[in-house]
Write a protein that binds this ligand. Structure first.
Ligand code: OVV
Length: 401
């Protein structure tokens, strides 16, 4: 005999995309986790998951929690997407499989290793140029943004013209996963111009031989994907590959600037660079949230969720869930951060994560050799985005070896 479960639905009337929550989401996320495994967000008639166990389970179950209806608040079953949907992010099997297989091969850990040496030289010259100008700089502008912009567009093989549009385009795409609030309205006027610029950089003719972009087109020539799919897969790289790594690097630099003991540990053992980056991705979760859409009625943790509802998964909250992590708010290089959901989980888990780790490790290894200490030297400023936990400015002052 089965006991009929008593279903209840905790409710929150907090807007997770309001300026106050975006400035500091941690108190709201703690409330969310404590309210229940699933919480109804009355502002949006959506359901939220803030605990590690349920977030991970939902990410693993793409059959029930689909991406094809969009991973933002907008439900593609009823609303026309503002841009052609991503063939990776906003698709499920079977359509998702060929683009995913092509891109994961191109961005695989072995395939990208060849870039490491040139990137180390780039990191070296970036850091030396910066240090030659003084000991005070902005860790966001001068390192976290400068390094990905120096290496990633070249790795994709896009032309110089239009690179200034990568960050603004990404910023808008990540805002557009949220509700149509002020942040989206602010970005809207530039959408035609930015979309056209990005689209132009996805064309076969402009992509340098050997780069990720040309390799995507080569997959179309082999028939692994269609010619119509190729430019959209390049678009995914340009959309998801810059703002994310910029804020991932900013996260790890902020974590070290505020945890000098951990910086000393990295200096003793630069091989900790990768762990440090993943620990910062866990702690800061540059991608805070994504939605899914239920494909059937389902009960999760004692709460009934009807079919066709939007589910907001709080990756950042799962990554600080005390039910899963000991001392979750600490940046601790002795922790094993693997298992964090900062890159997602399951079939949609970040296909560019090896690139992100390699960028971070390359930059951190150079800094670890050269910088004995760094400290926050002025007021830090967050950059508000509906999806990203981002920094506008991190003034630092450093001492060098
Ligand atoms: C993971 C992610 C974020 C934003 C855009 C895309 C992917 C894309 O595939 O366009």
């Amino acid at each position: 005999m089965t006991t009929p479960s008593i279903l209840s639905t905790p409710v929150s009337d907090v807007d997770p995309f309001s300026p106050g929550v975006l400035e500091d989401p941690l108190p709201f996320q703690a409330e969310l986790r404590d309210a229940g495994a699933v919480v109804h967000l009355s502002t949006y008639d959506a359901y939220a998951m803030g605990r590690y166990e349920q977030v991970k389970a939902a990410l693993s179950d793409w059959q029930t929690f689909q991406s094809a209806a969009g991973v933002g608040l907008s439900n593609f079953r009823y609303e026309k997407p503002w841009r052609p949907p991503s063939l990776l992010l906003e698709a499920d099997p079977p359509h998702h499989d060929a683009p995913r297989a092509v891109l994961s091969k191109i961005l695989g850990p072995r395939e990208i290793r060849r870039l490491g040496e040139a990137w180390a030289a780039d990191a070296q010259s970036l850091v030396e140029d910066l240090l030659s100008k003084g000991t005070e700089f902005d860790a966001v502008v001068d390192l976290a943004a400068a390094f990905p912009l120096r290496v990633f567009p070249d790795a994709v093989g896009i032309p110089q013209a239009g690179r200034e549009n990568l960050l603004p385009y990404g910023d808008h795409v990540f805002n557009a996963f949220g509700p149509h609030n002020e942040l989206v309205a602010k970005g809207a006027p530039r959408v035609p111009e930015l979309s056209a610029s990005i689209a132009a950089q996805c064309a076969r003719g402009v992509l340098a031989p050997g780069g990720f972009g040309a390799q995507i087109w080569a997959a179309a020539d082999r028939g692994d994907i269609t010619e119509a799919q190729a430019p959209l897969i390049v678009r995914s790289l340009l959309t998801a590959g810059v703002d994310t790594t910029v804020n991932g690097l900013a996260a790890v630099l902020y974590a070290f600037a505020t945890n000098p003991d951990q910086w000393a540990r990295l200096r003793e053992n630069p091989a900790l660079a990768r762990t440090a980056f993943d620990e910062a991705v866990r702690l800061e979760s540059p991608v805070q949230t994504f939605f899914r859409t239920t494909t059937r009625d389902i009960e999760v943790g004692g709460t009934f969720i009807p079919e066709g509802k939007k589910i907001l998964m709080f990756l950042g909250s799962a990554n600080r869930d005390p039910r899963r992590w000991e001392n979750p708010d600490a940046f601790d290089l002795s922790r094993d951060p693997s298992g964090h959901v900062g890159f997602g989980f399951g079939i949609h888990q970040c296909v560019g994560q090896h690139i992100a780790r390699m960028e971070a490790a390359t930059l951190l290894e150079v800094l670890a050799r050269r910088v004995t200490s760094f400290n926050i030297s002025g007021p830090t400023r967050r950059h508000h985005n509906n999806t990203l936990r981002a920094w506008e400015s991190l003034p630092v002052s450093i001492r060098t070896a």
